[in-house]
Write a protein that binds this ligand. Structure first.
Ligand SMILES: C[S@@+](CC[C@H](N)C(=O)[O-])C[C@H]1O[C@@H](n2cnc3c(N)ncnc32)[C@H](O)[C@@H]1O
Length: 227
């Protein structure tokens, strides 16, 4: 099921005076996503980067439920960065850092990842609904950075619709894929096998595939299959 394509704040949904944007899909997907993330994060502490945070709502919800985790939201879009910061101020939680301006098509992500002002070794990277609404080089940069910055037991959690063995897993995903490609020939629902190959170039392997509501999945990547 298509979740969104239009830039937040330009989709007719209300914008709060402080710049907080609201994503309709957040209300449907944040709890199922958290149930997967928390299985890994429970009892751990450390830094987690959210890549392509959008409105910033996910990070606020996750941070509320994981006081020992330091969350680093990020995005490229200026309005989204403002919304993330506004949500951060509104939530006033000690474990959310100011948003990083990460362009995922740059494999180095951003200077803060290596100049000491950002997180050190990452416990996890979470990325929802980004790589099918962006050129393939964004997936390449996402994996390159995850491969570089994740700790030895770290995980990359990738949420969205995916193809399996070249086939869509649902008619609604096929329709969504067509609409994405019509908007931009470089966009499109990605195939799990292609992502596994890409992960291999970054020293990562697919360790788990979790079926999610509305024909979405979470793909979990780690350094070795048995970690
Ligand atoms: C459909 S939204 C998903 C937002 C959020 N993850 C969610 O699930 O609500 C896609 C996000 O990816 C961001 N994005 C697109 N290209 C990007 C890039 N090259 N680097 C970082 N973020 C990017 C967009 O600005 C947008 O916030």
């Amino acid at each position: 099921m298509a979740e969104y394509v239009v830039e937040f704040g330009k989709d007719g949904r209300p914008v709060e005076p402080d710049g907080r944007l609201d994503a309709a899909a957040f209300h449907r997907n944040h709890q199922p996503i958290w149930s997967v993330l928390q299985t890994f994060l429970a009892g751990k502490s450390g830094d987690v980067v959210e890549a392509g945070s959008g409105t910033g709502q996910h990070v606020v919800y996750f941070a509320k439920h994981s006081p020992d985790i330091t969350w680093w939201p990020s995005d490229l879009n200026e309005n989204h960065l403002k919304s993330i910061e506004a949500w951060r101020a509104y939530a006033s939680l000690p474990n959310i850092r100011p948003p990083l301006r990460i362009d995922l098509s740059d494999p180095a992500w951003c200077p803060a990842m290596h100049d000491g002002s950002g997180p050190a070794e990452l416990l996890a990277v979470f990325c929802a609904n980004v790589i099918h609404i962006a050129p393939w080089r964004v997936a390449e940069g996402l994996f390159a950075g995850a491969g570089r910055y994740l700790g030895s037991d770290g995980r990359l959690f990738l949420y969205g619709p995916f193809k399996r063995d070249g086939k869509h897993t649902a008619m609604s995903n096929a329709v969504f894929d067509t609409s994405l490609r019509e908007q931009d020939a470089e966009w499109g629902v990605r195939d799990i096998a292609d992502l596994e190959k890409l992960a291999g170039t970054a020293g990562l392997v697919l360790v788990q595939t979790v079926q999610m509501p509305a024909n979405n999945m979470i793909l979990v990547f780690g350094r070795t299959a048995d970690t």
